[in-house]
Design a protein around this ligand. Structure first.
Ligand SMILES: [Zn+2]
Length: 127
């Protein structure tokens, strides 16, 4: 599985664990608040400047979450992290392995490395 898809799945599972234990929802279905958070996380992941090479969010040098969202993410990770090992051991271990990869800050990458998806839509040069 690709890093990005795995990260998304791992986070979805973590939010699922957190939500079912805190908000009395059943497995796989999130309450409105957690669904809203999941939507936010998905957008952040899609916009991640690293794309497929992204590190785990914990190890990422780019802080793309708003402070309130970041606090929420920490709360969810702290609760669901240890439980992931019991409920989804393979995902949890893969996620740990991903966490070992080192990445460069995007500031030290070239524009092409940073924005591979925008390479084709070349902006018009100065008139
Ligand atoms: Zn919830």
């Amino acid at each position: 599985m690709k890093h990005l898809a795995r990260e998304q799945l791992t986070i979805a599972k973590m939010i699922g664990i957190y939500c079912s234990d805190h908000h009395d929802t059943s497995d796989g279905i999130l309450c409105a608040t957690c669904q809203d958070f999941m939507d936010y996380v998905e957008v952040r992941l899609e916009k991640c400047p690293y794309g497929e090479d992204k590190p785990t969010c914990t190890n990422c040098p780019v802080h793309c979450y708003k402070p309130a969202r970041k606090a929420k993410a920490k709360e969810i990770m702290r609760y669901a992290g240890p439980r992931m090992l019991l409920r989804h051991p393979l995902l949890a271990i893969s996620h740990q392995m991903d966490g070992l990869r080192k990445v460069e800050h995007p500031g030290s990458l070239t524009r092409e490395q940073r924005l591979p998806s925008q390479k084709k839509q070349a902006e018009p040069d100065e008139p």
